[in-house]
Write a protein of this length. Structure first.
Ligand SMILES: [Zn+2]
Length: 248
């Protein structure tokens, strides 16, 4: 079970990187199914490079239990503090999607414009780190900042972080990854629609009933199978290339 979870985190990291949702920064985590007081996340490494051996186990205070000297993500408290506050959350993606950031620092609300991102209609609160700490470097580097962020998230599926990015949560890894990818796509589509409509034009968003009808079942299952196959295929190629290299 644990190894499946670790492998799924490898797939999640590489898939999010492939879609440009996370670059060298940003991270995906999953709560342990064996012990809800633990979660798994990579050590401090660009997500595109993550393999199973890089996935560490953390307690909910975000201490790594098996780091063996490896550096940790500074923003790991985002994950630990949300897992503490939200027993229903099993997976978390923190990202710096370039398309989403403008919606975090303007008065333009990010709304569901595209059915694959219907979950946005459940509400994405905006968190401003300035309300927790003045003059910060914008990073969630302490348990206090993490719990302040978790409080802003409340019962929602995600939270926008002013001038920084967003954090998306779900009941499983495929849903957290799918939501993060389609949040980024929705942000781009919404920007395009607003520009296309121009002054005096109008943009139609999904309504509450449409959101409810979609969110209940949208698990991104077909996408996840595709993403997993691609990521695992690349992993096999990398291992084969490494083996060829070491046998020379
Ligand atoms: Zn960040």
């Amino acid at each position: 079970m644990m190894d499946t979870l670790k492998l799924d985190l490898v797939v999640a990291s590489r898939t999010l990187a492939d879609h440009g949702v996370i670059d060298a920064y940003g991270h995906a985590s999953a709560r342990s199914t064996a012990n809800p007081q633990r979660y798994f996340m990579a050590c401090n490494l660009a997500p595109e490079l993550v393999t199973e051996g890089d996935i560490l186990e953390y307690d909910l205070d975000s201490n790594a239990l098996d780091a063996n000297g490896r550096a940790l993500y500074q923003e790991r408290f985002i994950h630990g503090e949300i897992y503490k506050a939200r027993p229903d959350v099993m997976a978390i993606v923190h990202n710096h999607s370039h398309a989403v950031v403008p919606f975090s620092c303007t008065n333009v609300a990010l709304l569901p414009i595209f059915h694959m991102a219907a979950f946005i209609g459940l509400g994405l609160p905006l968190w401003d780190i300035r309300e927790a700490q003045k003059g910060s470097d914008m990073l969630v580097k302490s348990p206090e900042l993490g719990s302040h962020l978790a409080a802003a998230l409340g019962a929602h599926p995600g939270v926008l972080m002013r001038g920084h990015g967003s954090t998306v949560v779900a009941e499983n890894i495929p849903r957290a990854v799918g939501r993060s990818i389609y949040l980024d796509i929705n942000a781009r589509m919404q920007y395009q629609a607003i520009v296309l409509a121009g002054d005096g034009g109008s943009v139609s968003y999904m309504d509450e009933a449409e959101v409810a009808a979609n969110v209940s079942w949208q698990n991104y299952e077909r996408s996840w199978r595709l993403w997993k196959e691609k990521a695992l295929g690349r992993l096999i190629e990398e291992k084969a290339a490494a083996a060829r290299g070491s046998s020379r």
